[in-house]
Design a protein around this ligand. Structure first.
Ligand SMILES: [Zn+2]
Length: 327
């Protein structure tokens, strides 16, 4: 128990990072996992560079390995020639203000049942930025990040269906392109699908134009495959964001969904399926937004048990579109 209180002070950086989410090439070890492992977990943390006493804000260091794929402005770009119109009206999107100091989402875990503390940045989020990170009441929002490998899909869908659980999927477009059936099955089962960008890049490394394209490319692909508009909910790859990008995404109609539980599930779990189960149950709280990566075998193996236990503890599973952004 004492370790629990001690641990309350520790930062849990959950930059929803990597594997689950991206090519392994993005797994530059030093970059993301600044993390302090959560000592509260019954499992031994496996952080490569544990620095538990750090009180420093885990500002994401931009990953040098991320290379923006497209140059936003081809050299052949036509210059606006229409003489009649003043240059002022040339942009179709209004400029977005906001600080570009990079942040990496995290939270500070407390005792089981208590809502974690959140980074001080959240205090400066405005209503316009439409961000959510925890809800209220006896509700749990299971969010599944499918920005990386897709494994045990049958098991996942079966576990959700058999337990009557609808989950929220944040899927990247490149995954959908390669596996259109994945999207179709998730949609057919009635789950909520939202925008997790086209290519799952770190938005803090992209220009505004590139960001818009990441989002609209996903929208177009989703529509092509499902015939429907995608829900205007968004998750930043790796949880990397800044105030400017939050406003930019919001200007496109999106609510950004962060989380109040995540796990180091982009690497193998020491105790197998026990680990995700314990990580989630030990942090279960009202309005809990759980982030789980599709790419973790242990998550998939634990999923049915997790769904059952969450219900047993009196929570209902909900969709992120009932969350209220900060006013
Ligand atoms: Zn992701």
């Amino acid at each position: 128990m004492t370790s629990i209180t001690k641990s309350a002070a520790l930062l849990i950086l959950l930059s929803a990072t990597l594997v689950g989410c991206a090519d392994k090439s993005l797994l530059s070890p030093a970059a993301e996992a600044v993390t302090t492992p959560s000592p509260q977990a019954t499992t031994k943390p496996v952080a490569p560079t544990p620095t538990p006493k750090s009180t420093a804000k885990p500002i994401a260091t931009p990953k040098p390995s991320v290379v923006p794929s497209a140059t936003p402005h081809p050299t052949t770009a036509p210059s606006p020639t229409a003489s009649a119109k003043p240059a002022a009206g040339t942009t179709t999107t209004k400029p977005i203000a906001g600080d570009k100091t990079p942040y990496s989402w995290y939270y500070m875990k407390k005792k089981t049942g208590q809502v974690p503390d959140f980074p001080k940045e959240t205090k400066s989020f405005t209503a316009d930025q439409k961000a959510v990170w925890v809800g209220t009441g006896k509700k749990v929002y299971l969010t599944i990040d499918a920005g990386g490998p897709l494994i045990e899909v049958d098991l996942m869908l079966k576990s959700l269906k058999e337990n009557g659980v609808k989950a929220n999927f944040f899927i990247s477009g490149n995954n959908i392109k390669l596996n259109p059936d994945y999207l179709k099955r998730v949609v057919a089962d009635g789950h909520f699908v939202a925008n997790h960008t086209m290519t799952h890049k770190d938005f803090n490394e992209l220009s505004d134009d590139q960001i818009r394209k990441e989002i609209t490319d996903f929208e177009a692909l989703y529509k092509k495959l499902t015939g429907k508009e995608v829900e205007k909910y968004f998750r930043f790859p790796y949880g990397h964001y800044n105030m400017h990008n939050l406003s930019l995404v919001s200007s496109m109609g999106y609510t950004s969904v962060f989380w109040s539980t995540a796990m180091r599930d982009w690497e193998p779990r020491e105790n197998g399926a026990e680990d995700p189960y314990n990580d989630i149950m030990n942090n279960l709280h009202d309005g809990n937004i759980i982030l789980m990566h599709q790419g973790s075998l242990e998550n998939m193996q634990a999923l049915a048990r997790i769904c059952k236990e969450i219900k047993k503890r009196g929570y209902e599973f909900a969709l992120v579109n009932d969350l209220q952004p900060k006013k």
